[in-house]
Design a protein around this ligand. Sequence first.
Ligand code: BGC
Length: 418
Amino acid sequence: MTATSNVFPDGFLWGASSAPHQNEGHNVNSDMWALEHLEGSPFSEPSGAGVDAYNRWKEDIDLVKSLGLTAFRFGIEWARVEPSRGAFDADELAHYRQIIDYCLAQGVEPVITLHHFSSPLWFAKEGGWGSPEAADRFGDYVTAVSQILHGVTWVATINEPNIFAVMYQMSLPLQYPDPAAVFAHLAEAHAVADSEAGLNAFSMPAPTEEAAQIMLTAHERARTILHEKTSARVGWTIAIQGLVAREGHEDQLDHYRRIWEDIYLEASRDDDWVGIQSYTSQLVGPNGLEGAPAGEEVTQVGWAYRPDALEMALRRAWEVTGGTPMIVTENGIATDDDSRRIDYTSGALAGLARTLEDGLDVRGYLHWTFIDNFEWVHGYAITFGLVAVDRTTFDRTPKPSAYWLGEVARSNGAAIPA
Ligand code: BGC
């Protein structure tokens, strides 16, 4: 393809993404923190101090800016804002407002996630996302947060509702006296789902319609509140797997697209924007969703190396939503070979440029992730970051890919290799 200098519109957002539980550290009032410390927990290590972003957020925003990036995605942590039910912490709200103010003052566009997998422990103990009160409780939190969102344009209610619709069951052990037994039960159920296939790249069994409904209700509630109380553009961020049918298995493709993606994308038709999160592509065959084909390059987490997946995801989302503006809110690769990160990202961006050429409305590209962080059950061994961190001193060191993406940003896409 040709150089893409004129394809990216003025004001296209170039940035990187993070998440509160994965970066801040010491998220002690959250369900994830509790789960990390339970007997029988699937977490390989606890999140501990994270990358100390709760204290080093200014340094991080300065680094984003100095690299030449123009946007930063971060989240507000519900467990900090409402550490016990109904008790909203004004200091924590002020803390997040300070981060927003600093971004705005630096000319770094904040893209804010209100829920990124972790919830307050009290909420999980009361039944969490399985409780009929979930949307009301989430709505109370969103109402409180809306007070600090003035001047913010991009707000995502829930991160990856299509993955979280399965993942939220992880907090079930917190509701029972014998957590280890519940973990064992979940692992068994998971193994059955495994053998029945239908797993997406995250190795998760498919979400149920019921779980989807919970996410949809909570999202709609949050969107209504945010539209009433703020001038933010509201959406949510969806994991899109770049699903492709093996010949003769188009019906299965339709089925998996529906339960994994389309339900959520259809809900985005009424949103102001939708976040696209893409890492890989998967085949759908006679036994359902397939893992990476034998012999293909895989990343640290076993996903097929597929820079082309982003273009597939953007085109699919555009088709299903019927034209909701998109921001790539996550795209990246788990690797300790940073040259593969540059190669992957440059392939993904070339695909993004082709979608712009075809008239798709893509407003920004936020790489996952800014700094090597806590990769959930895998812990810190998995490195998705543009920036390395010393786990003792928390010193940040940008990798070549960070400087490279900064150059791409400064040139507004012209520096993407042809
Ligand atoms: C999540 C991130 C996660 C990333 C890589 C996405 O599912 O939003 O929290 O770290 O993928 O696994």
